[in-house]
Design a protein around this ligand. Sequence first.
Ligand code: SAH
Length: 506
Amino acid sequence: MSAQGWVALVGAGPGDPGLLTVRGKELLERADVVVIDRLGTEHLLPFCRPDATIIDAGKAPGQQALTQDETNQTLVDHARNGLGVVRLKGGDPFVFGRGGEEAMVVHANGIPLEIVPGITSAIAAPGAAGIPVTHRAVATSFTVVTGHEDPTKPGEQTDWNALATTPGTLVILMGMGRLAAISAALVAGGRPADQPASAVQWGTTTRQRHVHATLGTLAARVAAEGLGNPAVVVVGDVVGLAEQIDWRTGRPLHGRSVVVTRARAQASDLARELSLRGAEVIELPVIRISPLAPSPELDEVIDRIASYRVVVVTSVNGVEILMGHLAARGCDARVFDRDALFVAIGPATATRLSEHGIRAGCVPDQFVAEGILRALEGHDLAGVPTLVARARGARTVLIDGLIAQGALVDELELYEAVPEVAEPEQIARAVAADYVTFTASSTVRHFVEMVGVDAVAQFAGRTVSIGPVTSDTMREFGLSVDAQADPHTIPGVIAALQEDATTQAS
Ligand code: SAH
């Protein structure tokens, strides 16, 4: 009997990955199939299982979107096949997302259904711009309405005349395309033209922008400043409070755009920390970590695993993939020699080892191959069986150095970095950014490959490197190194960038 399938309609929240619910994240981590809309749900893909099937129901460029019927059918079909399906919808699934229709179809087919609410952009986007939708003595209610309907056409369901005189705050979603007509209809219906009004684009995300104006001037200001979709329009006196509540513009990296060039699955730590400091983060995953298929060499190493007295791991990915191979054979950290010395290249790798119950006995001060060699200088490695588990294509310094110290070295290649493909718009944003960060030599190489040598030569922003090896590679590819992290860690990169930004500003 196949497993029981299910469908969950999960609200993805307004755009900041931190604003997904705990329940939503749990279901995403579990789902076999995830059906997304292009707008507003992509940022949650890192939470999905690596082997989950991702189906894009939205409109990808040059690609046909699924019709609503096809989307409904997709949910039903996969669940009928015994799969767990998450239908991710931007904001809250029942606020203008046609979530109700999908839920009805799933339920009518007798498939187990769960609804997980999400934080709607109707409240979150204003809040992120410092606008409370209600406020004591200013607004005791708020009305959320779609601006999708044309106010100049008779027979539409939205009664703009009534909305013009409804007290409280008016929040309009999908209203940017008809902003001038909507504003005019509201003024014609009796809403004062000088009432404060605001448009907040990409609310809660690192690309957030807003225009605070009045009902009479908003459409022109939005056009002048080039604001577009997705945006929430807020009309009401509460907009006037934004000046006193604005919590985003004072942050240390506010107004700086920073490119984060890491492997797709890893981008989040650095990106999150930077955006918490107010930076506009442009994530440009240039590589993807691709585990190598099991091989006879792998089997040989695993058969001998208990014989290694020194085990060197050079990345978090290395730890995960190595432990995964052990787990696939029903083993865990206990298969290692209990006196084996584990060498982790840096603190993040050591932490990941400890999560698997392994204490790193040696973490060098310099998180590079040379640092490992120096850290091991005091140890007598002559004739000692040593395992180096790492990426394909890494430098030979480490292996050569260990052999020179007399160690009997087995090198195990666990994964390789494969190039990612980016959309032209992403690349254009990256090249125009204030900063690019590099956290490994491989990302430098792939970045240059992705954006092209000419674009790199024209890059006018500043660069931050995680350490000397990465810096050398940057120079080799014609990039200047404006700041280098010390220590050579992600927190080090953030500190170096922030210091550089402060110096540049003063
Ligand atoms: N279910 C969603 C709304 C879907 S309709 C929710 O609850 O938020 C799509 C509209 O939502 C967009 O046209 C825009 O008006 C608004 N929207 C979605 N994300 C937004 C964001 N991050 N910032 C501003 N508006 C957003």
